[in-house]
Design a protein around this ligand. Structure first.
Ligand code: K1U
Ligand code: ZN
Length: 201
């Protein structure tokens, strides 16, 4: 059935509004973000078979918790939920920029060129260290309405996608740090244990 322009415009507005939450940081966020050493961070997430209102409500709660922690990304395993769901917002200070919700994301291409960037993680607060990753990635995913999408990403968004997708596989950025001396120093300084790092071979 053909839809009128007004109907299409209403649907587009509804879609945009369907996931947006206030970016004002809450004092009591709905979800607890677990930290390095907690076993939930090391368990792989499962694919989401149906994107429904319960998934959108979880995404909204993840966004509220991410904004409260002043992060730019959050993956479901960080809040103890082993579903392939992540949220991102690279423009947390601007209320009119919509966040990004990625469901069942897959990397379908990555550049041969790599970049070094100092990463942080809401699950390892205070620790910032250099990590080398591909500079560009191509991903496929479903959005919050369950629609299949593809996206090319570079810069900070490519970095954040790769970091968040690692969380879905139980991998943390500290596992990828090559400068062991800085890693040990930073971890101890911020009250974490080196034994909780799972070095990637
Ligand atoms: O996964 C997470 O814990 C979120 C993480 C995302 C990320 C940041 C930087 C590089 C890769 C991935 C964070 O948001 S940590 C906080 C942070 O670094 C930051 C916060 C606001 C603006 C810019 C960075
Ligand atoms: Zn992280």
């Amino acid at each position: 059935m053909a839809r009128s322009f007004a109907q299409l415009a209403r649907n587009a507005e509804k879609d945009k509004a369907s996931i947006a939450v206030s970016k004002d940081p809450l004092e009591s966020p709905p979800l607890e973000i677990h930290t390095l050493g907690h076993r939930v961070l090391r368990k792989s997430a499962r694919r989401i078979s149906k994107v429904d209102e319960s998934i959108r409500e979880l995404a909204r709660d993840m966004l509220r918790s991410m904004y409260a922690a002043k992060g730019i990304g959050l993956a479901a395993p960080q809040v103890g939920i082993h579903k392939q769901l992540l949220v991102m917002d690279l423009d947390i200070e601007n209320p009119s920029t919509p966040p990004l919700v990625l469901i069942n994301p897959e990397i379908i291409g990555s550049s041969a060129s790599v970049e070094t960037y100092e990463e942080g993680c809401l699950s390892i607060p205070g620790v910032y260290l250099d990590v080398v990753r591909p500079s560009e990635v191509k991903i496929s995913f479903r959005d919050e309405m369950g629609r299949p999408k593809k996206m090319n990403a570079d810069g900070l968004i490519a970095r954040c996608i790769q970091h968040e997708m690692d969380h879905l596989n139980g991998v943390l950025f500290v596992d990828r740090v090559s400068d062991q001396e800085s890693l040990n120093k930073e971890l101890i300084e911020h009250g974490f244990r080196n034994e909780d790092v799972h070095k990637l071979s």
